[in-house]
Design a binder for this molecule. Sequence first.
Ligand code: ATP
Ligand code: MG
Length: 642
Amino acid sequence: MTSTVNHDSIVCHARSINDRDAFWAEQARLVDWETPPQTVCDDSRLPFAHWFKGGTTNLCHNAVDRHVAARGDQDALVWISTEVNETRRYSYAQLQQEVMTTAAMLRSMGVQRGDRVLIYMPMVPEAAFAMLACARIGAIHSVVFGGFAAQALATRIEDAEPRVIVSCDAGMRGGRSIPYRPLLAQALSLSRHVPEAVLDLDRGLASDADTGLTGWPASSPRHDFAALRAQHLQAQVPVTWLESGEPSYILYTSGTTGKPKGVQRDTGGYAVALASSMRLVYNTQPGERMFTTSDIGWVVGHSYIIYGPLINGMTTVMYEGTPLQPDPGIWWRICEQERISTMFSAPTAIRVLRKTGTDPIKACDLSRLRQVFCAGEPMDETSHDWLQQALGIPVIDHYWQTETGWPMLSLLTGVEPPKVQLGSPGLPVYGFDVRLFRDDGTEAGPGEKAIVGVVPPLPPGCLSTLWRDDKRFVDTYFSLFSDRLVYSSFDWGIRDADGYYRILGRTDDVINVAGHRLGTREIEECLLSHPDVAEVAVVGLTDALKGQVPVATVVPKGHVLQGSPEERAALQSRLQQHVRERLGSIAHIQNVYVLGGLPKTRSGKVLRRAIGAVLEGRPTGDLTTLEDATPLTQLQEQMLPR
Ligand code: ATP
Ligand code: MG
């Protein structure tokens, strides 16, 4: 068995825990400091940790300025939009000027160190400039995903209390114009906090009927982006050096389980964690090119579209568009044309692409592509194998959270060649003292399902607290046990004898059938291996006899959705039998509902709690993160005759 173990990764991890300060002092050299840190980690107030205390640095300097001398002409940011059919390239020198210009614009609007700037933007380069500009002048950005509606935006405005909001007239998705300005105007009217001004990029995409200009609140005047930019084209704005622990940004979690939490990130620890992860986790080199298919509204976008690749002197591709338009080959053509060597995507996107087959992949020269990383949801083996075989390179599942800011379980491709273990996001990443805990606080052994926890301090780059709510930070993440500080991931996992973890689902989603605990993932994965199934979500419903029983909502391949009740019943029994044969009668699926799509958050995660609520006739709770309500309506319709 030992031949399947990644030895050097384990050695690296052990060193990071046993010789913590020496390990991180070494990693800290990957970053430029104005003043070197005095203390590697002040852990005197756990669970709070102050990494690289006394050091002063700047994220924008590390991501942009320090590369200009050696790589001024190299592409730093390539923006590709299949929505407005445009590509723009910014070299490091150009990026530096754009960022200084945007920094001067923000300053002219009154933004100072420590002020919050909320960025509500689609995937456009100006959004990246605004993020880096904030970092440059020590303002704290809070990017809110551009797909959020007024109420969700208003909640975040109230919590972050931004001095200025950066936004635009409209975005585009799948060829449709998505108005931003009217949503922002509405959010401003809902919010108790009033920002002083709005920096408004006019993309010329708003329809005449919906410019959002009528009824704009006078209390937050609009400043036109282009007009203000013209005044600051040559601006020189020096970086503001920040103490390592000063906040760099606030980012709200995806809200899959409920009210989003304002994750606060530091400056120095984050810079070091990202610089280090680009080398050791992702095995990327300066000058290489990376394509991360996420959105700047999510943590993956913060860490691996913007800061990580730039800190490492790479070229990053920022894509505005969907994976399917103009056709399902678009991502692979981007990889070919942009000579991408590392790609980062999400299982949900891979499942969507799998439905369209391998032809789009075969049509491209992907000889430079070395590796694809995936995170965000459990990666099912069927989709993983499909992609790995089609590309002929490692597809690496890795696991992390908004809270951690960078991977917590992964294979370290920069430490040794990955030995991919199917169904597993790998080993604990250095710095994370990951353990599995039973309900009573004792540690679980190999093969035992338990809660995934981390013994503090959390490594550099993780959340330093929740925005203005230290108490909620401690209460939310560290109160699993009364006698021991443990960070709870709220995920449920299992570890094999070689130390490889497998995430079984969120603790909320675990199903308890007659005293046996089943992760939703186990059953979902089993169903996904059935040829009739394209997507699936399993939830547990209350049952008088067994406690809970699993029920599946399935998106079938082919035409069963429009099919007769008999066809659906036949599919149900095929799937029930499939699960019974593989997982045993304990996992017997009580009901299979056939849907056209699954209810997902805007970040593409399945909202199991909403499915469960609908099926049990309970209130669905906070649905502001729901992408499309159609699947829930379809589900309700199917329940009616029962
Ligand atoms: P909220 O915390 O607001 O409910 P969220 O947990 O969906 O939202 P994120 O931080 O975006 O917000 O997602 C992190 C979660 O995604 C993890 O806790 C885990 O449940 C899931 N996840 C991420 N990567 C993986 C992976 N490789 N395998 C399994 N699950 C994963
Ligand atoms: Mg979470």
